[in-house]
Design a protein around this ligand. Sequence first.
Ligand SMILES: [Zn+2]
Length: 177
Amino acid sequence: MSLFEWKPPQSFKNYDLDLNIVKKYATSGVFFHIDKGNSKIVHIKSGQVIYTVGSSNKVQYQLLEALLEYIVKRFNEIFDLDVILSYENVSKNMFNSFKSEVEKILENFNELDLIETIKARCRVCDKILSIHVKKSFIENADDFPVPLVYEHAGHAILIFIDRNFDVRGVELVNTTG
Ligand SMILES: [Zn+2]
């Protein structure tokens, strides 16, 4: 069952979650990306709950992951899910107050300081690209430099980022899927 949903008031779009894919592959702690053409979806399983966020395809996945990570944290701080989900009947109404929390998070997203923006040169585009990197991705890394693949315009670069968010190298990589 769905516990809580939020979308911007002006949005007519439905980012319907493909529950079959999510249920089949959801592994706790791993972010899944689903490319829907002109939109994209990120989901993560944490405990018994699957969290998901959708946006236009112009938003980089690392931004969506950072947002979702913070939402998961706040949702679990506010609601004791282990207790709530052990009830026989869970009323969705009890999560209504989270609506204003989501709005607050989105309004103050920059102040939350969850993102670092790095610059990397792509020799295919012959451009310096601005790439958003989730701070927790670097801060929780075990080894440095940390590799990050940035797919764009039909090709991909592999960027190596050190613990100070400096780019240590950029390679053109092949991808498949
Ligand atoms: Zn490029």
